[in-house]
Design a protein around this ligand. Structure first.
Ligand code: CA
Length: 219
């Protein structure tokens, strides 16, 4: 497994590098956003550990550029505990998970393992409906053959619906899936993400079941 560590703080970088190498991961470490962006355009990594406050190029911009290229490498962002806005921006830009600094190295390793497991345990399962093809394990989505990128929170809404096509989930059940991504959830958050998903994936994929909730039809 080859990891890219992007961290400009020397002491944090050293300790993370040590613990990752002790776990036998191959790790490249860069301390600058521009360098990270260049590497990610030319090298193949299994996971990126990305600090957001970086010289050269902001971590969120590095991430946005990756996702704009349809690079689906798992990205674990590392942010300060009080930087909630930064964390939300990172998740919206396509980060898969985050750890808060100062972090527990054991927790960091557990999150790295979880993301790698998710990415490498790619099952062949595919959901297809009227030109929309979704591979839930890799998060690859195409509409009429064109790749589409979903935000983490759009995934959080879509995933439970896709897990059981034909089953209806209430708004409250879907809210639970996105709660925790931010401190205060807007009362219409589910509707907002459903609206976004319909714009990207077509109006017929997620159906309203009046008075009950939402479902995706059986493929
Ligand atoms: Ca930093």
């Amino acid at each position: 497994m080859r990891l890219l560590l992007v961290e400009d703080d020397h002491m944090i970088g050293e300790s993370v590098l040590d613990i990752l190498r002790a776990e036998h991961y191959a790790v490249d470490w860069v301390k600058d956003g521009l360098l990270a962006d260049n590497l990610l355009r030319t090298e193949a990594y299994d996971l990126v550990l990305l600090d957001l406050g970086l010289p050269g190029m902001d971590g969120v911009d590095v991430l946005r550029a990756m996702r704009a290229r349809k690079a689906n490498t798992p990205v674990l962002i590392t942010t300060a505990r009080d930087a909630v806005d930064q964390r939300i921006a990172g998740l919206d830009a396509g980060a898969d998970d985050y750890v808060l600094k100062p972090y527990d190295l054991g927790e960091l390793l557990a999150r790295v393992r979880a993301l790698l497991r998710r990415a490498t345990g790619r099952a062949e399962h595919r959901y297809e409906h009227m030109g929309v093809v979704i591979a839930p394990n890799t998060r690859e989505v195409t509409v009429d053959g064109q790749a589409v990128v979903l935000s983490s929170r759009e995934w959080a809404v879509l995933e439970p619906l896709l897990a059981r096509p034909g089953a209806v989930l209430s708004r409250a059940q879907l809210e639970e899936k996105i709660f925790g991504w931010e401190d205060g959830i807007l009362s219409n958050a589910v509707e907002v993400y459903i609206h976004g998903l319909r714009k990207k994936l077509g109006a017929s994929l997620i159906q309203n079941v009046r008075g009950v909730g939402y479902m995706v039809p059986k493929a």
